[in-house]
Write a protein that binds this ligand. Sequence first.
Ligand SMILES: [Zn+2]
Length: 453
Amino acid sequence: MSEPYDLLVRGATVVTPAGAIHADIAVSGGRITRIRPGISDAASETIEAGGLHVIAGIIDSHVHFNEPGRTHWEGLEHGSSALAAGGGTAFFDMPLNSLPPVTDAASFALKRAAAERSSLTDFGIWGGLVPGNVGQLEPMRDAGAIGFKAFMCASGVEEFPLSDPATLRAGMKRASELGMLVAVHAEDEALARLRTSEQHARGTDVRSWLKSRPVELELAAIRTAVDIAGETRCGLHLVHVSSPEGVALARDARLRGVDVSVETCPHYLLLSEDDVIRLGAPAKCFPPLRPEGLRLGLWRELDAGAIDTIGSDHSPAPPEMKRAEDFFAIWGGISGCQHGFELLLSEALAGRPPEITLPHLSALFSANVARRFRVDRTKGRLAEGCDADMAIIDLAGERLLSNAGLLYAHRQGPYEGRRCRVRTVRTIVRGRTVYADGRIAPGATPGHLIRPS
Ligand SMILES: [Zn+2]
């Protein structure tokens, strides 16, 4: 006789956007079929999770796994494994840094095939918006793109050029017609060039570099982006907003009726510019880490509900690209998809700041992402009928983080030595365990493409 359930997670505290409840979770055919206390039916596999918490699997809407083409920078297998080790069950891979960049249906198909071979978790794929490819947006939408990403300043790789305002306007107009979101890297190119030339002439150290990317770059670009989004009635997603002033601009635009959402990253909440001065290359990113006052301001915006999603912007590079005499020449990108989310949960538990709760943070990692990208019919929620994507976490998993424990292709990151009390015990994708007890589960099968409904 077959068991009524494939999987039963028993006795955990289940974290939902509405709050935490004590319940069991039953799974059949990859879906959650029941959530309630005291489920007594048998299951093929039972996980005793007493004393642990279950959160919806993290959907990291912002990673650069760089495959195909620059797999030696990271790769889908390493990247998705690291993500799973930190509670992630899905990611949306950015269109750039892989080769070819995803700017048409053919390059989309290449990335999809690579992920269907190598990704441990489910995945979405961003299409790129670049000058001259507006005609490719519809084929990429039809192929299943999660949204379109554009850069308002130089991207760091030649093959993914920036979008000037005319390109952005044409792209957002088309995306709006297609019912798709456009995400922008918001730093103003003209100001970036100006401040870089001024500061580089004075010095090539980290402090000069920090002065070359002030908040004014971000604010100028956000103003332009929200104006164009309003004009074209396009849904806009501001990725990696690094300052409370940037969040405030988005909030004002929303009050004017612009459809804009705000992402920030764990590193802007966990680290400040003192950390990039102290750590150097592993903490270099664009936009840069900000002064402590702005970091705290970002937490206040998060508390006030003005930040919609948190994505890692995991953007690794080989060690040789993270070394240079001239700090301006070092690759800008933080590797953080494995520990960033656990550290944020840990900060919240420690009461820094006091008002942030586990359900609120978890929603920023999962439910809000799923809703904004229209995959919430099956993803991002611990609810009956949804995919059984979840992370079982231990809130008393106190340890010192070590780069040696990273599953990235290159074990570099800014969190070495940091105390973290939240530990991912097990990660489950559509009912199958992909990570447990410190290692990737044997026999894992590749993830599926997630597309907007
Ligand atoms: Zn990025």
